[in-house]
Design a protein around this ligand. Structure first.
Ligand SMILES: [Zn+2]
Length: 87
């Protein structure tokens, strides 16, 4: 009976580990993969930390995975936060 109880605890721990790894995977997928952001209303791209980038309305936010991506879509680097023109 005691042995059975130990197996139950191990099973519970395994279930917990499995559950938390699922949460970790979900969090990873939600993490932003973009490096730079811009506004659909302008042609400037910024570091996400730039003050101008923070003023962009969420509905107008455009994200870029690289400088090449931003330039390819007709955007130019911001003169304030100065993101690189190439990665
Ligand atoms: Zn900027």
């Amino acid at each position: 009976m005691r042995l059975f109880r130990n197996y139950r605890i191990i099973g519970l721990l395994l279930a917990l580990v499995f559950f938390f790894s699922l949460i970790a995977i979900a969090a990873e997928e939600k993490a932003p993969t973009f490096k730079y952001v811009g506004s659909a209303k302008s042609n400037v791209y910024h570091y996400p930390s730039c003050g101008s980038a923070k003023r962009i309305k969420p509905g107008n936010l455009v994200s870029f995975s690289s400088a090449k991506d931003a330039l390819g879509r007709g955007y130019r680097p911001c003169k304030v936060c100065k993101p690189p023109a190439q990665d």
